[in-house]
Design a protein around this ligand. Structure first.
Ligand code: ADP
Ligand code: MG
Length: 277
């Protein structure tokens, strides 16, 4: 059935009225069109050099998307734009069809439901795995009230579920400082999950991991998608092959190629860029 014209214009993300654009605190992304992230014509210049050059890409709700590209391709800059750390010179970035990311600062982007995992894990080393998840759930409430407060049944269940998901259930009472590098990465992903983000951005998750840890990280990321959307930026082609559904290749601030891993690996433009490193 065709929608009435007025409704059509209301549901068209790019034409909604300005008052609809500003999400109230706690607004969730509207993904009824199936797209969780819209990046359109984004340009970022540093002293005249274009780190992103009219970059356009879309991520489907529930998708696990890999973004690869040689050093300097603009991968981290793209994440900086999405999370409000860097303002682009031009372009649009929307979270669902209702949240204009370019009007939000970093804390508000996080609040809207985009969690970002940086390369270096930042866990509380002197607290246990379980406490780290409790602290992450509390967000800004402060350390002491959290650790002395009793968890509700629902909160305790959420922590248990996350511990299982990240494979650290047996380590719940271990101090985070005593975990391996890979385990710390998983704990940090768990901490992000405690905030129940709709979209998770993960920057080079397997750098410095053992082969077994790499394998378990691939399984974890695959399990995370579906309920939420996950964008993984990665340099390592082998890793990407083990998890990817759709791969986007960035080069010189633009999309060079996009598609299945097979399609990407047989694309002469991609081969040239990777061999030319
Ligand atoms: P990637 O993450 O794909 O390796 P980046 O997004 O970090 O690439 O960088 C893209 C390009 O932008 C690189 O050439 C980098 O040197 C440049 N760049 C990134 N951040 C800055 C900055 N703050 N000032 C100047 N140049 C920058
Ligand atoms: Mg980078």
């Amino acid at each position: 059935m065709k929608k009435p014209a007025l409704l059509e214009s209301f549901s068209d993300r790019s034409r909604v009225f300005d008052f609809v654009n500003r999400p109230a605190a706690g607004a969730k992304p509207d993904v009824r069109h199936g797209t969780v992230l819209y990046v359109e014509d984004i340009t970022v210049s540093f002293d005249g050099f274009k780190a992103l050059d009219a970059l356009t890409l879309y991520v489907n709700a529930g998708e696990l998307r890999c973004i690869i590209g040689p050093n300097g391709a603009g991968k981290t800059t793209m994440m900086d734009v999405i999370t409000g750390k860097t303002r682009p010179d031009a372009g649009r970035a929307w979270f669902g069809q209702n949240i204009d990311l370019l009007t939000l600062d970093e804390p508000r982007v996080a609040q809207a439901g985009i969690g970002r995992k940086f390369q270096k894990p930042t866990v509380f080393e002197n607290h246990t795995v379980h406490e780290n998840l409790e602290l992450a759930m509390a967000g800004a409430r402060g350390v002491w009230p959290v650790l002395f407060a009793r968890l509700s049944g629902e909160q305790a269940a959420h922590i248990d579920e996350t511990l299982e998901l990240i494979g650290l259930a047996e380590r719940r009472h271990t101090l985070a400082g005593a975990l391996s590098h890979g385990q710390k990465q998983w704990l940090e992903i768990g901490m992000l999950l405690m905030q129940e983000p709709e979209l998770l951005l993960v920057d080079e998750p397997v750098a410095g991991m053992t082969p077994q840890e790499v394998e378990r990280t691939a399984e974890l990321l695959v399990r995370l998608a579906g309920k939420r959307s996950v964008v993984v930026v990665e340099h390592d082609m082998e890793f990407v092959r083990s998890i990817a559904r759709t791969v986007t290749v960035l080069h010189e601030g633009r999309v060079l190629a996009e598609g299945s891993m097979d399609k990407i690996q047989n694309d002469p433009k991609v081969v040239e860029v990777y061999l030319g490193e």
